[in-house]
Design a protein around this ligand. Structure first.
Ligand code: NAP
Length: 248
């Protein structure tokens, strides 16, 4: 119950979905939680913070578009005033704007690259000096980043980019005993996958041995393990949470 007691976690895009689930699972293990999200998500973020506080930990929300370096820098300066150390960083914020490459606009390409990949640099770069020895950096990749996916050249590029980032940073931070890992979920129930048309969903389910989508908690359980002392010798890994899906 106290795997993460005394630790502080920052989770980007943490007001709902997988990010919220990671926040709740880490709080249940005693971690104090900082949620980041964009200003329009404030209501949901505040409700999540109230839920986390009810679990008996410290929790707070801070708002910044993670694709904006200066906004992230300013947010981190604010966070520092209350939370000088961040033991666990979860780069979770992400979006999709699916379209075949032929029809994909520069906006659809650039916004996905900025929010999903540039964000990982923006946040990790600004938070790095606050991560003490024994810390953990976890970034949300995807099976689309491993195997590619129809209509997701932009999204899959960012999720593959996160894998390169993870493996490189793990080499840089090993001496400080900071682990760096990526989680590659398959199809997990959330606002993001609620957008998938029913016909496509049937095709997706046919590739999953249990014929079920995953739940956000399935991803959160792994994040807790990686951030705990039990995961201290696991670094530079891309771990799939996909129910054994035949994909990629
Ligand atoms: P989600 O429910 O849409 O949650 C994403 C969160 O990120 C939302 O709270 C969103 O806020 C926030 N966000 C979006 N743009 C942001 C920005 N510029 N700055 C800060 N926060 C921002 O999606 P999810 O399914 O939980 O996905 C979480 C992560 O897992 C993503 O990186 C996703 O790519 C990855 N993943 C998900 C699946 C899946 O099956 N669900 C599979 C593989 C990988 P708003 O909603 O207010 O925009």
């Amino acid at each position: 119950m106290d795997e993460l007691k005394g630790k502080t976690a920052l989770i980007t895009g943490g007001s709902q979905g997988i990010g919220k689930s990671i926040a709740v699972a880490m709080a249940k293990e005693g971690a104090n939680i900082i949620i980041n999200d964009i200003e329009p998500a404030k209501e949901g973020a505040e409700a999540t913070v109230a839920e986390l506080k009810a679990l008996g930990v410290e929790a707070a929300s801070y708002y910044a578009d993670v694709s904006n370096f200066e906004a992230v820098k300013a947010m981190v300066e604010e966070i520092k005033k209350t939370f000088p150390n961040i033991n666990i960083l979860v780069n979770n914020a992400g979006i999709t704007k699916d379209r075949t490459l032929k029809k994909m606009t520069p906006e659809e390409w650039n916004s996905v690259i900025s929010i999903n990949l540039n964000s990982v640099y923006n946040v990790t770069h600004n938070v790095l000096e606050m991560i003490p020895e024994g810390g953990s950096i976890i970034s949300l990749s995807s099976i689309a980043g491993v195997g590619g996916n129809f209509g997701q050249c932009n999204y899959a590029s960012t999720k593959a980019g996160i894998i390169g980032f993870t493996k490189s940073l793990a080499k840089e931070l090993g001496k400080q005993k900071i682990t760096v890992n990526a989680i590659a979920p398959g199809f997990i129930k959330s606002k993001m996958t609620d957008k998938i048309p029913m016909m496509m969903l049937d095709q997706i389910l046919s590739l999953i041995p249990s014929k079920e989508m995953g739940q956000p908690e399935d991803v959160a359980n792994l994040a807790v393990f990686l951030a705990s002392s039990k995961g201290k010798y696991i670094s530079s890994q891309v771990i799939r949470v996909d129910g054994g899906m035949m994909f990629g």
